[in-house]
Design a protein around this ligand. Structure first.
Ligand code: ADP
Ligand code: MG
Length: 327
């Protein structure tokens, strides 16, 4: 358990990072910090592993002031994942992953089996990836290795600062799924920073909304949508939800990225295995991404209940065109 008691952070130049923050982060839960840019999310996170000191107030972990821990002991027990993972370029994947286990003086055999286990968990074949250099990884793969490295020495806590925000939507949703599944399996105490409300709602057991250094409201998804404490929370959430509604599958279909299913196949199940993943055309696009991470294509029911298909290749073309349109 991590607790904030009246925590303030003022930077030497007078910038206020955090004002009077009181918060309990429960064991085994994913707590999300969400708020606009500059609201203090990173500051709050960095105070937990003492990359920044508090100006006043106290942070306690398992009821002991973090200043009373030896700093290495504290940091080794906290996996840290950043927006852009800083893998050491001259070390291969397995060397990058074993840094903290080696500092903790784990035996070679234990490090090896832990590395294999974790690579498998994030869907990277150990045989294929152990010896690769960071330069031989895609952005999504490097981010997965960053997560594995953070988990390697079996830390009690994992701090993640916008870990997926630099990735394309397909990779991002894939990793969000991985983290969610991983979390259901290993129940770490996770503190996750994002500015994306969809991501916050998908991953967070508890979601803390921060505005210019102040914790405005902390609660479950239902607490925040049903009982927002003020207009800021109400608007912040409805804006996030509105923008995700605009990200519908309909946009993709309207732009021609789909495949017709011939009339004679319309009534019979097109492919019995895929019947369970029929989506509605007005569904959130993220649901589509989540399914396409596992499957090659999805069957969609359009407005007239006619069935069509969206394949992964359609999504890639759609994203490519979107990128071109943005310049
Ligand atoms: P967020 O992560 O929510 O975008 P930050 O925690 O990075 O916000 O920043 C919160 C506030 O603290 C901002 O006003 C920012 O400019 C300021 N700040 C962050 N780091 C420093 C620093 N090292 N020195 C001075 N001000 C800083
Ligand atoms: Mg930040």
């Amino acid at each position: 358990m991590i607790e904030f008691f009246n925590v303030n952070k003022v930077y030497p130049n007078g910038n206020v990072g955090i004002r009077n923050m009181n918060l309990t982060i429960n064991d085994g839960e994913c707590t999300v910090f969400i708020g606009p840019s500059g609201s203090g999310k990173t500051t709050a996170l960095k105070m937990i592993n003492r990359l920044e000191n508090t100006s006043s107030g106290e942070i306690r972990i398992f009821d002991k002031n973090i200043l009373d821990y030896r700093i290495n002991e504290l940091r080794w027990d906290m996996g840290y994942v950043l927006q852009q993972v800083a893998l050491f370029p001259h070390m291969n994947v397995e060397e990058n992953i074993s840094i903290v286990p080696e500092l903790k003086k784990w035996k070679k055999g234990k490090i090896d089996s832990r590395t294999d286990e974790l690579l498998d968990m994030v869907g990277l074949n150990p045989k294929e990836y152990r010896k690769r250099r960071p330069s031989e990884l895609s952005g999504g793969e490097a981010q997965r290795i960053g997560i594995v490295r953070a988990l390697a020495a079996d830390p009690k806590f994992i701090l993640m600062d916008e870990p997926f925000s630099a990735l394309d939507p397909v990779t991002r949703t894939g990793l969000q799924n991985d983290i969610k599944k991983l979390q259901e399996k290993i129940h770490k105490t996770v503190v996750f920073v994002t500015h994306d409300i969809d991501e916050a709602f998908f991953l967070g057991d508890k979601i803390c909304i921060i505005k210019v250094g102040e914790l405005v409201q902390c609660g479950t998804r239902e607490d925040l949508t049903d009982n927002p404490v003020n207009n800021f929370v109400r608007e912040f959430i409805s804006l996030g939800i509105k923008s995700s509604h605009e990200k519908t599958i309909k946009n993709i279909v309207n732009r021609g990225f789909f495949e017709e299913i011939p009339l004679e196949h319309q009534n019979a199940a097109y492919n019995p295995e895929d019947v369970t993943v029929t989506l509605n055309i007005s569904d959130n696009i993220n649901n589509l991404f989540r399914i396409l991470e596992q499957k090659e294509y999805v069957v969609i029911a359009d407005e007239r209940k006619r069935k069509i298909i969206i394949r992964r290749s359609h999504i890639f073309s759609y994203l490519r065109e979107d990128g071109d349109a943005d310049g």
